[in-house]
Write a protein that binds this ligand. Structure first.
Ligand SMILES: [Zn+2]
Length: 201
């Protein structure tokens, strides 16, 4: 990135993007951009008259955080309405689900962080447990090996679904979407969309 030719190449690349594509890259995929590339993206955002908070979102993905700062982002997420049932009565948290499914020739093991109110998190773990119990165990050998691992994972995750405090799954989720949380911190509807996408809804 030391020569003008490289910068021009990067500029052209971002100029060719649609607004949606540029916003997605800037808010979700800007980790590891060089300072020069960051300047190019920020200039392009400014030129198009897009939300200035997007530039803050780029920076947010490229710095380190204290636990207090992470918890402040967790507060933003946990005060939203539940992405699954829309309830606002309890603070949101996160859980890790593990699902094993065996097919004739192979077994899949999917782990996923889900965000929601405590009862929706329990439901997510219970669904994963049921699916694993029905569809996981019969695959040889991986179904037999993975099924008890997934059952243990869901049971362990359930233990922190009802914590009053943010759990580590929520902290981990928060760090993964920090660019969007920073960009949209004053826009609850946009923030909620991030949670909905995370849950695959
Ligand atoms: Zn819920």
């Amino acid at each position: 990135m030391s020569t003008g030719i490289d910068i021009k190449f990067v500029q052209e690349r971002y100029q060719r993007m649609s607004d949606d594509e540029l916003i997605r890259i800037a808010t979700q995929d800007a980790y590891g951009l060089t300072p020069e590339a960051m300047d190019v993206v920020k200039a392009e955002i400014q030129k198009r008259g897009l939300d200035e908070n997007i530039s803050k979102g780029i920076e947010a993905q490229n710095r380190e955080y204290t636990i207090e700062e992470i918890d402040a982002y967790c507060d933003l997420a946990s005060n939203l309405s539940c992405p699954s049932c829309s309830s606002t009565t309890e603070r949101l948290n996160a859980t890790l689900t593990g699902e094993v499914m065996s097919f004739v020739f192979f077994t899949t093991y999917n782990k996923k962080i889900k965000v929601g109110c405590p009862s929706c998190l329990d439901k997510a773990n219970n669904n994963a447990l049921t699916k694993t119990a029905l569809l996981g165990w019969w695959g040889f050998p991986w179904g037999i090996i993975r099924t008890p691992q997934a059952i243990a994972l869901n049971l362990k995750s359930k233990r922190t679904n009802h914590l009053q405090d943010h759990n580590d799954y929520l902290r981990s989720f928060t760090l993964g979407v920090v660019g969007e949380l920073e960009t949209y911190k004053d826009n609850k509807e946009k923030l909620r969309q991030v949670l909905i996408r995370q849950n695959g809804l």
